[in-house]
Design a protein around this ligand. Structure first.
Ligand code: C5P
Length: 389
């Protein structure tokens, strides 16, 4: 029973959802801190190495669970070599290459998440990241031929409005007005071509200013320009939402289309296997290879970076469990609670000032998420004429 299972008397569905809510809040806070923390003269760690190590840890967890799963299904006198042989056969079936598609998409998504969290505060990131509900819905309709009720479409439009309110430019108003919002207002909605051109040259100047040199290697130091931070962060989070929707839906499509009943853990092993290729060859070798060759792979690693990686690996495992024991909608619902936790923690830990726009937009986003996730079936079915004939 895919949805069954319990641990210490609690249903797995409840445990995995509660754990995902906690993980989602904690991950973004610690990841944000790991990107902005003082470097004490060392090069900041490379996000590409963190994305790779995340996959290595996930592969280790998934392999262990797949072996455990398999050993419980095989006769008790099965030898270790037969057990490993069965696992090998299950992982390297003719269809396993298909997992390369979500693997590449998830790897890009994880990389963009680092870029977004480096440039946006945790609270703004979390609200804007809720747009993945919209992208997931659009890809589900397009690729899985799902149909959505009018209420779901309505709540998706509301969700988008909520995010626009959070990001909306606003000027002049009083105490809650922050430099970031002012900068964003100029950045996102240039009123004329000249403004757009000025913006481009400011961005270019800033980029060259904020490049620091560490033993001859350029790196992006913690940025001072909120204009650029907001724009890079917003672009990264929107791209991550598109990738999240596409990766999730393609993963689901592969699982549903396949006629083999491979377990969740075998699918996760296949996914991690391809992700390691993508993260290793594209991220670590192709993009950052030259710099890493000079600084070393583990430059800038502290216990905070390791905790970030561990939290992300743990989160990936939880996401797959939530999809297995509950579903994608429940997953998005649980992460919406993280929006509130991140909001409180950002004010507390990072001294982020919260605006009226933020509060209004976040309320709209949370209401839309609730509306989307609440069960359509709770309404009585429409009366059909045929019932009376
Ligand atoms: O919900 P969201 O799309 O943001 O979550 C995606 C995250 O879960 C990514 O970090 C991805 O690597 C991870 N994941 C995983 N295994 C799966 C599905 C997703 O590790 N089977």
């Amino acid at each position: 029973n895919r949805r069954g299972g319990s641990w210490g008397g609690f249903p797995m569905k409840t445990i995995s959802l509660a754990a995902l809510t906690f993980q989602n809040s904690a991950l973004i806070l610690i990841m944000h801190y790991s990107r902005i923390m003082p470097q004490n003269g060392t090069h900041r760690y490379f996000a590409s190495t963190a994305v790779l190590l995340n996959e290595v840890i996930k592969l280790g967890i998934s392999l262990t669970m797949a072996l455990y799963d398999m050993s419980s299904k095989l006769p008790s006198n099965t030898s270790a070599s037969d057990l490993f042989g069965s696992l090998f056969a299950a992982v390297f079936t003719g269809d396993s290459w298909k997992l390369a598609i979500p693997a590449v998409l998830y790897t890009a998504q994880n990389t963009l998440q680092y870029a977004a969290v480096s440039n946006l505060d945790a609270a703004t990131f979390q609200v804007t990241y809720q747009l993945k509900i919209l992208t997931t819905a659009i890809f589900s309709v397009a690729l899985l031929r799902r149909s959505l009720s009018m209420r779901k479409w309505g709540s998706l439009i509301l969700l988008t409005f909520g995010v626009i309110i959070v990001q909306w430019p606003h000027g002049g108003d009083s105490s809650s007005f922050t430099a970031l919002q002012e900068a964003q207002s100029q950045m996102f909605w240039p009123r004329s071509f000249e403004q757009l051109r000025d913006l481009g040259s400011t961005a270019a100047q800033e980029l060259s200013k904020r490049s620091a040199t560490y033993e001859g290697i350029e790196e992006d130091v913690a940025m001072q320009n909120p204009v650029l931070n907001g724009t890079i962060g917003l672009a990264a989070v929107i791209a991550a939402c598109v990738l999240s929707g596409l990766a999730g839906v393609s993963f689901e499509k592969i699982l549903k289309d396949s006629n083999t009943s491979s377990s969740l853990w075998v699918a996760n092993v296949q996914l991690s296997f391809w992700s390691i290729f993508a993260a290793g060859f594209i991220g670590v070798i192709f993009i950052d290879g030259e710099k890493i060759a000079k600084t070393g792979f583990f430059v800038g690693y502290t216990w905070i970076v390791w905790t970030t990686i561990a939290f992300q690996a743990f989160g990936g495992v939880l996401v797959s469990m939530v999809i297995n024991y509950a579903d994608n909608i429940a997953k998005n619902f649980s992460t919406s609670i993280s929006v509130i936790i991140s909001f409180l923690a950002s004010v507390w830990f990072f001294d982020v000032s919260i605006t009226a726009h933020y509060l209004l937009g976040t309320s709209v986003v949370l209401f839309a998420t609730w509306l989307y996730s609440s069960n359509d079936r709770m309404r009585p079915p429409p009366i059909r004429i045929a019932d009376y004939e």
